[in-house]
Design a protein around this ligand. Structure first.
Ligand code: PAF
Length: 288
């Protein structure tokens, strides 16, 4: 596995690899099975796999956890190598943003709901860094976990509206055996909160069951999911939303593909989870 730290070297390397089918897995590091499942699929579908590790300051608000975001470059490099990553791109903040950006990218549609509502500017930072990373790595396929489904929807718009010749692939959320979605932020949970946190997925499954049972009114489902979380955790609900997917618009009656998504704040961690469902309640896994 090659480790590349500069933009110039990364772009030179891609010039040499331009005939290869390249799978790209962008990450902020602190790798877990969720990232590795993306690498696993990318390996099967491409000649080489590039992973980036970059904790992007542009996507963190002033009171968010940019400084505290967990980092372990040495371990990540070992894990990425074992997983079969061909090139690991680890630029510094200064390498990615040598000067203050004079171009500001903002995303409209779908960015003011779910996490976008409580994290203003977050997705602007995500699409900015991804635009740069896509140019630097020139992938054939880009792999994202559907745990960050809103991010997936935003990247979908970025790729189609700015005509990136990239196939976007969304893969299922990887979960602990008790259902908790794997996340780098799970390390912030106390042991009591870790037990409570399983309620997020249980609540989503409850919502899914209601849809399978024929309930079509989003308000009823949202209420039931909220009640479940409220009575089974000490965390405070940031949101429970049911929207069309990938357009992320309100639905009055469930007769199209939807996302049921939750965010719950614990003392040191805000956890998110979601499921993407067909109108009959069956779950979508891979999206491309
Ligand atoms: O999902 C993430 O880890 C980040 O938002 C991403 C896509 C690497 C952009 O910084």
């Amino acid at each position: 596995m090659k480790i590349i730290r500069t933009v110039q070297t990364m772009m030179k390397e891609m010039e040499l690899l331009k005939d290869k089918k390249v799978g790209f897995v962008p990450t902020m590091g602190y790798l877990h099975e969720g990232h590795l499942s993306l690498v696993e699929t990318a390996k099967k579908e491409n000649d080489i796999v590039i992973m980036s590790i970059f904790v992007n300051p542009l996507q963190f608000g002033p009171n968010e956890d940019f400084d505290q975001y967990p980092r372990d470059e040495q371990k990540d490099a070992e894990v990425a190598k074992q997983a079969g990553v061909s090139i690991l791109f680890i630029p510094t903040v200064n390498e990615m943003y040598p000067d203050e950006m004079s171009i500001n990218m903002t995303i409209g549609k779908g960015s003011n709901v779910l996490c976008g509502k409580s994290r203003p500017g977050h997705f602007d930072g995500v699409i900015t860094v991804l635009t740069k990373l896509f140019h630097m790595t020139q992938p054939t396929n880009a792999y994202f976990g559907l745990k960050d489904a809103q991010q997936f929807a935003m990247v979908n718009s970025l790729i189609s509206e700015l005509n990136f010749p990239i196939q976007l692939i969304g893969l299922p959320t990887v979960r602990e055996s008790d259902g908790l979605a794997k996340s780098s932020r799970n390390v912030y949970l106390s042991s009591m909160e870790r037990t409570d946190a399983t309620a997020l997925y249980s609540a989503l499954k409850l919502g899914q069951k209601l849809i399978v049972d024929g309930i079509k009114n989003p308000v009823t489902i949202i209420k039931e999911v909220e009640n479940f979380i409220r009575t089974s955790t000490k965390g405070s609900i940031d949101y429970v939303e049911l929207l069309s997917f990938p357009n992320l618009e309100n639905v009055v009656i469930i007769n199209e593909q939807i996302i049921l998504a939750v965010a719950v704040k614990f003392k040191k961690a805000r956890l998110i989870d979601n499921i993407i469902l067909n109108p009959d309640g069956s779950q979508l896994d891979r999206i491309n």
